[in-house]
Design a protein around this ligand. Structure first.
Ligand code: ACM
Length: 527
């Protein structure tokens, strides 16, 4: 009987254990070496001290120094960690912390090396202290905390597991001040909730700008009260003909605020003087012929142009940019300027010159695709290199700053390989390694670190129609681009990144990201 009981209990333990192993996404993590943790983008420095901090149901989040902004960041942390842990994680003012494993968020003016977005995370067995010079740095640091916890932390239901983080210190700050993604909401329109999810996902990888391509031949996506037919009629369709839509000014304002709460700046683009068919359908007076164009649902480029020598065009540009500038707290208005093949260069240059002046008049900084460097750039213009090295050179010769978006590396709508069903391949096939193995300062001779404001990965939506498809094209390539923008080139090696990306798979799964599981990566199993 005793023998039987023993056999039975051994069997039961084994059965329970195997049931447990098959139900959990990962074995319980007992981290003890902080330097072995996977953090993407890779931080500046990590030192380990050999122990573990445990998040428990009594953990509180303390904020040192009053202020709504710090409280809001602390609440973000609480909201990130509560669903899976089931813990309350209340936010309180510092001063009464006990030694029971609390979290402390503090601003430290004197640590200037951290800059606008850097942070220092000190983890002991008793406390997790996140310090930064600026609130944005604290927010970036929260993303690191999320990645240090087991991947179950990203699930939105209660997970029965222990929540430990290895002890030690992380100091971290970005390489480039502009780290962006672009979403083309013109070729296909995406609802506010999809854009918010994209904002959440890019925030997780410490990006800080979302460029919205708000107008193109196929659709006008932002309500302009002084020219209402732009959105009502020009936004009524999309590629393929079904659907379409636009953001009301209230919805756009809500998106801007949602992004701002995550320390992400929205960069709105109205593409001109080409890529304007949607506007040309809405108002006949914008056409040199005086006749309205027809709605367009195909994917050709380069056939439309505003009438550059008509005064009403400049009234239109002024009104549109004026309304957009009022709605946009960020510094930039993007005026497009790409592929204006239907605008002769002798018309294009004076048009871009005037459009830039209008942006300045409304108190904003000019941003445009690399072709705008053919015009006379105004002070502080930002030129987005995507195709022509010569244009990037012209930009810096005029004192402009460059955003690196080489189509052959950063265009997230390019197919991974010839078997990818979505996407296009006019620039290149871009596998996960190709999107990672490039160096911004080596793309254009003479365009060096001091000329480059940052990196942006655009996702054009000719073939991309919904959030799952956005995720499949963006992930995992955007993660690699985020690392190029954040991490010093000396800390970036493909083999090391490939390993970390594979180990990061359970987090992608927990975040329910529909990523492309490239054969180049050994994805850690999560089931
Ligand atoms: C672009 O891809 N036309 C900027």
């Amino acid at each position: 009987m005793k023998y039987l009981m023993n056999t039975f209990s051994t069997f039961a333990i084994l059965a329970i254990f195997s049931l447990y192993a098959s139900c959990t996404s990962e074995p319980p993590k007992e981290p003890t070496d902080l330097t072995q943790e996977v953090i993407i983008p890779k931080p500046v420095s990590v030192t380990a001290s050999g122990g573990a901090f445990t998040l428990t149901e009594t953990t509180k989040i303390y904020t040192q120094s009053d202020g709504e902004e710090l409280d809001q960041i602390a609440r973000h942390l609480s909201n990130y960690l509560s669903p899976a842990t089931g813990f309350d994680l209340p936010v309180e003012s510092a001063g009464s912390e006990s030694d029971d494993g609390h979290i402390l968020l503090q601003l430290n003016d004197s640590d200037t090396e951290l800059g606008e977005e850097g942070y220092e995370l000190n983890i002991t067995e008793d406390a997790l202290t996140l310090a930064a010079q600026q609130p944005a740095g604290l927010f970036r640091g929260l993303q690191t905390i999320r990645q240090l916890l087991p991947s179950g932390i990203e699930k939105d239901s209660l997970q029965e597991m222990s929540w430990k983080i290895a002890t030690g210190t992380i100091r971290d700050y970005p390489m480039y001040e502009y780290r962006g993604a672009m979403l083309d909401v013109a070729r296909h329109f995406f609802q506010v909730d999809d854009v918010k999810r994209y904002i959440d996902l890019i925030a997780y990888y410490k990006l800080n700008h979302l460029h919205l391509h708000l107008s193109d031949d196929q659709g006008w996506r932002i309500e302009i009260k002084s020219w209402p037919k732009l959105a009502e009629y020009g936004g009524s369709t999309q590629v393929g003909g079904e659907g379409g839509g636009h953001y009301t000014q209230e919805e756009y304002t809500d998106l801007v605020q949602y992004a701002q709460d995550r320390f992400i700046t929205i960069v709105p683009e109205i593409d001109m003087p080409g890529h304007t068919n949607a506007a040309l359908t809405s108002y006949p007076e914008l056409n040199c012929s005086g006749k309205a164009a027809e709605l367009y649902t195909g994917i050709e480029v380069g056939f439309s142009t505003l009438c550059t020598d008509s005064e009403v065009t400049y009234q239109f540009v002024d009104d549109v940019i004026g309304e957009l500038a009022t709605l946009t707290p960020g510094p930039y208005i993007h005026i497009g300027g790409d592929e204006s093949h239907a605008t002769p260069m002798e018309d294009y240059i004076p048009f871009v010159n005037r459009a830039q002046e209008i942006v300045l008049k409304h108190g904003k900084q000019v941003f445009g695709w690399d072709e705008i460097a053919n015009a006379e750039l105004v002070d502080n213009a930002v030129v987005q290199y995507w195709a022509e090295a010569e244009n990037a050179t012209k930009a810096i010769e005029q004192g402009g700053k460059v955003i690196m978006s080489p189509a052959t590396k950063t265009y997230l709508d390019m197919q991974y390989d010839s078997t990818t069903e979505l996407g296009l391949h006019w620039a290149a096939y871009i596998e996960v390694d190709s999107a990672y193995i490039w160096e911004p300062t080596k793309m254009v001779a003479g365009v060096d670190r001091e000329h480059i404001l940052g990196i942006e990965a655009p996702l054009w939506s000719e073939t991309v129609t919904n959030m799952d498809e956005i995720e499949y094209m963006a992930f995992p390539r955007l993660i690699g681009i985020a690392e190029i923008a954040w991490t010093s080139p000396v800390d970036r090696q493909w083999e090391d990144y490939r390993t970390r990306l594979g180990q990061h798979a359970p987090y992608l799964k927990a975040l329910e990201i529909d990523y492309y599981a490239s054969d180049l990566v050994d994805w850690k199993s999560y089931e």
